[in-house]
Design a protein around this ligand. Structure first.
Ligand code: HEC
Ligand code: HEC
Length: 501
């Protein structure tokens, strides 16, 4: 084996200090019917108003938790704490059940649960090589990263491991391959769009993935990814670059899908007029606004799921009828197939349905949790809410239970330039290497709480909320500096709030 590509994606969280304190959980149950969204105020406006009399961005004095006047409390904070707004609107599920990230929202009527259950089985199933004992569940590979969706995505057991202490990279962290090609981003000519460390017995894996810590002058660490290809296989193209990708928590996908394209465009316009941040929509070739994945590459849950089946597990579907082998990967092309396609349309649709309606874990702070409330005020005041837009609304013509809903994903789904430290030399679609979609923060506190070693940010470089914030740059540099200027108590309050999402 030889090391044929060293990818300098920057550094991984140092110290790996306790990923999160284990907070006392208040299983505060919110009632969807109590939620009053009648007095909506645009969260961006509120954030901007709050900004005017809070931080002097350049002030070096530590800002004390008490410096934020409760009188300035943004409407979304009032809605979240006092009006008991469930994070996922009608798709909120009880945080106490132990089945988070796999559970149907309580409000879903029984007649909708059958398709949901089929989809959940397919989401949890371990796929077999063809021919397998279960015809519905065979067709794994030829190349694959994992044998199931839950092999990578968080469940109630937390986020699967990614960057292991011994320098191995667990398959849960994907490696995207891209090279600049005639003004576009193409895959590697031989290895394709993802580097596949696993394969069927009859096929040689594409190689091995390792990482080493790369500390910066602040003591923060990012992962340097090392790809090793077999001696007798072609080398990676000289211009191929790699990007490590952490697996997001799958909740509330139906709500994110149901935000109107025009509302996201309006949000981007409001940001460019407001001046503090300047996100933009990722317009895809069909003219629709992308919203799924770290670079908002996919526009629908169905398309994202079909791509995941094809690239991550090696399962073909009507949307991806061919196995992901390149023309020079002959043993891949000759491997046995599990059917044409391996996943029926009804199965793909059921998996999408499961993800549309899977419950969003309830907000876990009581109305009188003063520290969480203070943390929310800081989140608003220092500009986190500019991009991690607390509140969103679905379009009136979205499907059953999804139309005209208000919910709290803490994202604007827009691409932001996050600066050179988070850039990894790989663009996707129209998104530049330094541009990333604001990730939703709902459910993330629970992911950290449940995981032994959860990682944050696109390549898993941060082990804690604090580290994730300290990596923010580019358009988010001001917000990070305001965070760094907060008093330790105020920083703790902010993290305490995030832990309850
Ligand atoms: C090898 C690990 C892995 C497997 C297996 C996997 N995923 Fe993913 N998934 C990821 C990663 C990493 C991303 C982010 C990808 C990116 O943006 O580059 C992602 C993104 C997604 C998203 C978008 C989430 C968001 O917040 O935008 C959905 C939906 C999704 N996957 C569904 C699935 C389904 C359905 C399956 C099973 C068929 C699956 N995934 C299998 C790793 C995996
Ligand atoms: C300019 C827009 C912007 C601002 C302002 C901003 N963020 Fe982010 N945030 C992002 C983007 C984009 C990412 C993903 C970056 C990456 O993974 O490389 C991110 C990632 C995160 C993550 C990790 C999420 C995950 O799934 O791993 C957390 C936590 C977070 N931000 C919290 C905050 C907090 C707290 C603040 C305020 C101090 C803040 N952000 C300000 C855009 C922003």
């Amino acid at each position: 084996m030889r090391v044929s590509l060293v990818v300098s994606a920057l550094l991984l969280a140092g110290g790996a200090s306790a990923a999160c304190s284990s907070p006392e959980i208040d299983d505060h149950r919110h009632d969807a019917e109590d939620h009053d969204s009648g007095q909506d105020v645009d969260a961006q406006d509120v954030a901007r108003d709050a900004d005017s009399d809070v931080h002097d961005a350049d002030s070096t004095d530590a800002m004390d938790a008490d410096d934020v006047d409760p009188g300035d409390e943004a409407d979304w904070i009032v809605a979240l704490f006092d009006r008991g707004a469930p994070l996922g609107g009608p798709l909120t599920s009880d945080a106490g059940s132990g089945w988070q990230f796999l559970e149907i929202a309580d409000a879903i009527p029984v007649e909708m649960t059958q398709n949901f259950s089929v989809g959940r089985e397919l989401f949890m199933a371990d796929w077999d090589p063809a021919p397998g004992p279960r015809a519905v569940l065979d067709g794994l590979g030829p190349y694959f990263h994992e044998t199931s969706c839950v092999g990578c995505h968080p469940t109630s057991a937390g986020r699967p491991p990614t960057l292991l202490d011994d320098g191995d990279v667990a398959p849960g962290l994907l490696i995207r391959l891209r090279r600049p090609d005639d003004g576009q981003w193409a895959g590697d000519p031989h290895y394709g769009e993802q580097f596949q460390p696993r394969a069927l017995a009859s096929v040689a894996p594409e190689g091995a993935v390792h990482w080493q810590p790369h500390p910066d002058d602040r003591g923060l660490i990012s992962p340097e990814i090392l790809l090793t290809t077999p001696e007798d296989a072609p080398t990676l193209h000289s211009e191929t670059r790699a990007s490590a990708r952490n697996s997001p928590q799958i909740v509330g996908m139906g709500l994110l899908e149901a935000i109107a394209d025009d509302d996201l465009r309006a949000l981007a316009n409001a940001q460019s007029e407001g001046g503090r941040v300047s996100g933009r929509v990722h317009v895809r070739p069909d003219g629709r606004v992308g919203r799924f994945g770290w670079k908002s590459l996919h526009t629908t849950v169905l398309a994202q799921s079909a791509a995941a089946f094809a690239e991550d597990i090696g399962i073909t579907s009507a949307l991806h009828p061919e196995e992901s082998c390149t023309p020079t990967q002959l043993d891949c092309l000759n491997a046995p197939s599990g059917g044409a396609p391996e996943l029926a349309d009804s199965g793909l649709e059921a998996v999408a349905e499961f993800q549309r309606y899977v419950g969003v874990p309830a907000f876990r702070a009581a109305p009188d949790d003063a520290q969480a409330r203070q943390g929310a005020r800081h989140f608003d005041a220092i500009g986190c809410a500019d991009c991690h837009t607390p509140r969103q609304h679905t379009s009136p013509d979205a499907g059953e239970l999804l139309a005209s809903q208000t919910f709290f994903p803490f994202t604007d789904l827009l691409l932001h330039d996050m600066g050179p430290e988070l850039a990894d030399a790989v663009g996707e679609g129209d998104a530049a290497p330094s541009e990333w979609r604001t990730p939703p923060l709902w459910g993330l506190g629970l992911v950290l709480q449940r995981s032994d070693d959860a990682r944050l940010l696109h390549d898993g470089r941060a082990a804690t909320f604090d580290e994730a914030i300290r990596w923010h740059g580019g358009e988010a540099l001001d917000a990070r500096q305001r965070y760094e200027a907060l008093s330790p108590a105020a920083q703790e309050a902010l993290v305490h709030f995030l832990e309850r999402l």
